[in-house]
Design a protein around this ligand. Structure first.
Ligand SMILES: *Cc1c(COP(=O)(O)O)cnc(C)c1O
Length: 353
């Protein structure tokens, strides 16, 4: 607490990212980063862009990148917004679309940044419980609300909500913005982007951080009706017109130009996830049906917190959430095959399998 803080600053409960410890080298399976490097074409494009033009402001409309993403999804450019990581786009969206007079709805177990943004913007929240198997039940979202946001696949449960359910949610709430946060959609899910033409209330948010190995570049997108994209631009241009720098723009465009590399890397992560899931099941772990680049696991008898600590001692970092309903679970990012072998080996020593 400081006397210099505004009442708002004093009231905030900021997001806590997964730890990035410096004390020794860990096998990092705690922040859902991609274990593989970005496409060499991305690195090349960034190097090419590191030139004298850096003295100039970047394109505030991010036109080259908006066009690349629009072409990728077959959308008009007016239905695409590009920004400095999807977290920042989510922050803009919270400011742009949600009604403070009513409750913003999201699942009780979900990406923990949502409640942080809600607080920042003075929004009331309503938590909609997942069912016993951690599935989102779209029929449980009350009609009277100030907006809805759901990650798909959900985090940290990793489970996918089928497009039919999303369609029902959009149809049931035609007067509110519904945000589908697709940070992990490329690891086996079907994007809701195809529903945009039918539902002007749908905003789909994506990121290059996970499936395109560019967490360090900070690039995200939103796709939706022109009125929603215009709403985002109104907030952005009331905050910072140059959210994306020249290097990020160049690298992100190049990433869309190397689709073969993208497909190969996501297929590798998926194959490793499926193999590791089988090994975990054989070790008496409960494993949710993951369509993400992480698994969400719980052991039959050993406490998650104890497993987390022992893995850490053995140099393997995973994520533990000390929260109701999920305090017996661990979220484990999918690393390289080598990293996952080390993880399984450490786990075997701990559970004595
Ligand atoms: C990782 C993640 C984000 C943030 O992605 P950035 O583009 O790196 O800001 C947003 N939503 C969910 C659910 C995530 O897991």
């Amino acid at each position: 607490m400081s006397k210099f803080w505004s009442p708002l600053t004093a009231s905030l409960v900021p997001y806590v990212p997964g730890e990035q410890p410096k004390d020794k080298t860990y096998i990092k399976l705690n922040t859902n980063e991609n274990p593989y490097p970005p496409s060499p074409k991305v690195i090349e494009a960034i190097k090419d862009a590191a030139n004298a033009d850096l003295r100039l402001y970047p394109d505030p409309t991010c036109e080259s990148l908006v066009n690349a993403a629009a072409a990728y999804y077959g959308l008009p450019a007016g239905q695409v917004f590009a920004g400095n990581g999807s977290d920042e786009i989510l922050a803009f969206a919270f400011a742009a679309f949600f009604d403070p007079a009513k409750k913003l709805l999201f699942p009780d177990i979900t990406y923990s940044f949502y409640k942080v943004y809600a607080k920042l913007y003075g929004l009331q929240t309503g938590l909609v419980p997942l069912d016993e198997q951690f599935h989102v039940r779209v029929e449980d979202f009350p009609a009277d609300n100030g907006g809805i946001i759901i990650p798909n696949p959900n985090a940290p449960t990793a489970q996918l909500l089928p497009l039919d359910d999303i369609r029902k949610l959009l149809a049931d709430h035609p007067n509110q913005a519904v945000i589908i946060d697709e940070a992990y959609i490329d690891f086996g899910g079907q994007s809701a982007v195809e529903l945009i033409k039918d539902y002007p209330n749908l905003l789909v948010v994506q990121t290059l951080s996970k499936s395109r190995s560019l967490a360090g570049l900070r690039v995200g997108f939103a796709f939706g009706s022109e009125e929603l994209i215009e709403g985002l631009n109104r907030i952005k241009n009331s905050f910072n017109s140059y959210t994306m720098d020249r290097l990020a723009l160049a690298g992100a465009v190049a990433s869309f130009e190397d689709d073969a590399y993208f497909k190969e890397m996501t297929a590798k992560v998926i194959a490793t996830r499926e193999r590791v899931t089988k090994q975990l099941l054989a070790m008496e772990f409960k494993v949710t049906d993951s369509k993400a680049n992480f698994v969400f696991i719980s052991h039959k008898s050993l406490a998650a917190k104890a497993i987390f600590q022992q893995l850490r001692d053995k140099g393997v970092l995973v994520r533990y959430f000390d929260q109701p309903r999920i305090d017996e679970y661990l979220r484990v990012s999918i690393g390289t095959d080598e990293e996952m072998n080390a993880f399984i080996q450490a786990l075997q020593e701990i559970v004595g399998g």
